[in-house]
Design a binder for this molecule. Sequence first.
Ligand SMILES: NC(=O)c1ccc[n+]([C@@H]2O[C@H](COP(=O)([O-])OP(=O)(O)OC[C@H]3O[C@@H](n4cnc5c(N)ncnc54)[C@H](O)[C@@H]3O)[C@@H](O)[C@H]2O)c1
Length: 256
Amino acid sequence: MTTLDALFTVKGKVVAITGGGGAIGQASALLLSSAGATVALLDRNLAAAQEGQRKVEDQGGNAMALECDITSPEQVKQAFASVLTQHQRLDVLVNNAALVRRVPALDTTLAEWREVMDVNLNAAFVCSTEAARHMRDGGAIINLASIMGVSGGGAYPIASYHASKGGLINLTRALAVEWAHMKIRVNAIAPTWVRTEFTKALLDDPKVSSELLKLMPMRQFAETQDVAAAVLYLASPASRMVTGHVLAVDGGYLAS
Ligand SMILES: NC(=O)c1ccc[n+]([C@@H]2O[C@H](COP(=O)([O-])OP(=O)(O)OC[C@H]3O[C@@H](n4cnc5c(N)ncnc54)[C@H](O)[C@@H]3O)[C@@H](O)[C@H]2O)c1
């Protein structure tokens, strides 16, 4: 019989999380760890990754922190090699690192456009292919996209981010189909606004924040734990028949 624990366990799995030192990265690491996984937090900000590692260890889990700028294919290769050396396997990759430039399209320089694409899309491709080469018993890749990856709207201009997350979503579908025979499931999550460093400048402004809430049928922003719960679902056997899917964690934003 399938028990609740067996459905949502990641016991014995090794998970790599890019941007693992960030808010959603840390929340995901903590939840995956409490469900039995060993987590590797990759971040260009080593201190942030180490903070995540400490929090996981404080709750009795197993974690490692690695300094890695995911826009460098050499650093990505090196980081995955360290995970493999330490733990001999890799089962789950969470492509979570990202950056945003809230600049009108007409004022966006090509350098800014490329910077966003490089982190949000190109690096996710590099990390995914590197991870897939090491996944021996199948695996799961979870891409942190956004409501902005499936819509063109919002309350401020952000075209480079829209494009990068839209690309990430269709990369999700393409890899899901291409790697299904390898038993690697590839899914995306499309969160609405979550209160983190990423959105601080917006959500700390009461005027902007109340405008954004009007776009949300549930009239509330998401918490990091809401996104982490989706990560756990997509990493666990509960979602064993789910691949190429975009799971909105958005309080109804995309339905409206
Ligand atoms: N916060 C939100 O409202 C929101 C909404 C929708 C989607 N998302 C997505 O969720 C993910 C996590 O967002 P968050 O709110 O936790 O952000 P965050 O700013 O708290 O964390 C992002 C982390 O990524 C790291 N990072 C950035 N560039 C990197 C690089 N080149 N190499 C390695 N690490 C790098 C940063 O150091 C940081 O620790 C992102 O993909 C974001 O697009 C966030």
